[in-house]
Design a protein around this ligand. Sequence first.
Ligand code: URP
Ligand code: ZN
Ligand code: ZN
Length: 479
Amino acid sequence: MSLMIRGGTVVTADQTIQADVYCENGKVVQFGPNLDVPSNAEIIDAGGQYVMPGGIDPHTHMQLPFMGTVASEDFYTGTAAGLAGGTTCIIDFVIPAPQQSLMEAYKQWREWAEKAVSDYSFHVAVTWWDDSVHKDMGTLVHEYGVNSFKHFMAYKGAIMADDEILVNSFTRAWELGALPTVHAENGELVWQLQRKLLAMGITGPEGHPQSRPPEVEGEAANRAIRIAQTLKTPVYLVHVSAREALEAIVRARNEGQRVFGEVLAGHLVIDDSVYLDQDFTKAAAHVMSPPFRPKDHQRDLWHGLQSGNLQTTATDHCCFCADQKAAGKDNFSKIPNGTGGIENRMEVLWNEGVNTGRLTMNEFVRVTSTNTAQIFNMYPNKGTIAEGADADIVVWDPTATKIISAKTHHQNVDYNIFEGMNVTGTASHTISQGKIVFKDGELIVERGAGRYINRPPFAPYFDAVAKMRDRTSPISVKR
Ligand code: URP
Ligand code: ZN
Ligand code: ZN
């Protein structure tokens, strides 16, 4: 199986050049101007288009059992929708129930993901602690290619990790060369604020952002970062939505701490007015955590992305249909938290980032693909176009226009948070493992074609941190 992408402009994180890209057996094998076309090769004419590394979404929740229901998008439909938008790889989350063994949960998620049509990998959440969790973290890193562990600082009474769990797990992650990641919201504050608002008779979706104000995120972000600083481990903050959390990241990075931040396409372009919609269904469709914020936070998040203080973009794709959201009709705290977007992340980022001049094309590639591949140790197989890299590629038509709508999207959910947005610049072709899987609006996918991607522990960050640790070893005075 061979494929020639001819006549396009190749855009990677560090170069923009006229080049053909020749792929064979799932890999890029040749890359340069005016390549000879082997007689049996399939050809894509990419004239006038950009040829970029496929997007990597580091934050999805396909078929997640959550808040009494299960996310409507499964690994088949969800990865297919990703391919329709130019995303060729996801990192989803294994989330063990409290007291459930990490290995048991991991194997369950691996089974669910067998139907994926694009490549995928897993972060594993640490939702409780004992010796078996300590041991399973080691097994996951050494034998199963997991190099990142997730901690939910919110969702009290369910999957929340308290400080004891954070300290134990961050310490263990450090020993293993794995990256701790956090959902930063103070779960106790959220819990108390929810009770208070409900007691005041505020039961609708407008209660959701009021129970999770920016300070709640700022506090948790600061705490996670300070814990990481004390333990001298890197840390990655998922879905940074508030200025207060971004400020914590900026401060830490300015002090030389290795802290990474992710921002969602939704948080960059949608504000909290959505929760005031008279229509419960529409307001509830936007209930996700952290919530959409007042507009001025969006400006700061863009600045975070532009300055490099936020490195990755994601979607937190976690879909629930209207009938599922209705579980919280009389109590906003029971609305399943989550929104979709995997199909639209790339075009929203292009439209609002590149078309507005906020991002260069190379920066676009960096924040949609390369940085994620590097931070989570999939680079250079993923995240770039180079000889030997996986042939996961998007051919991007910068002139094509589209109005985003739930009526036409491929996502298995009845609402689209970007509904009605008019974007210029979309994927004309998506290539996964060297095969065309999306072409001119049509998906050509094979159930189960996606591969599990092993991510080995990362020496580079940890070697650097180890050197820092050596400089600050404990003081002992002999008397
Ligand atoms: O509301 C959200 N984000 N739902 C999915 C779980 C999480 O917090 O990431
Ligand atoms: Zn989260
Ligand atoms: Zn999430």
